[in-house]
Ligand binder design. Structure first.
Ligand SMILES: [Zn+2]
Length: 91
């Protein structure tokens, strides 16, 4: 296995490769399970309204943790597919 890196371009020290981490959050309004970036979840916690933006653009009113996950959001699934396809592309 060969891992190619460009040390000169990664001064922040954060890993540049790999898909972003997402968390599944069910919206209590549309009852669908949306994908939310973990950084967005953290940002929403510090906002006064506490609303979370899914990667599909939907604004989520998060359901209680005890609520079962709803059916997956089709648009979020499509966005994830595109992102994963893009991250596999090299050059
Ligand atoms: Zn969605």
């Amino acid at each position: 296995m060969t891992v190619t890196g460009e040390p000169g371009q990664c001064e922040s020290g954060r890993p540049y490769h790999g898909p972003p981490t997402t968390v599944t959050v069910t919206c209590c309004l549309d009852k669908h399970a949306h994908e939310v970036l973990d950084v967005e979840l953290a940002a929403a916690a510090s906002r006064p309204d506490g609303l979370v933006h899914a990667i599909c653009g939907h604004v989520i009113a998060a359901a209680p943790m005890v609520a079962p996950d709803g059916p997956p959001c089709a648009l979020c699934s499509a966005v994830m597919d595109v992102r994963q396809a893009g991250s596999r592309r090299t050059g």
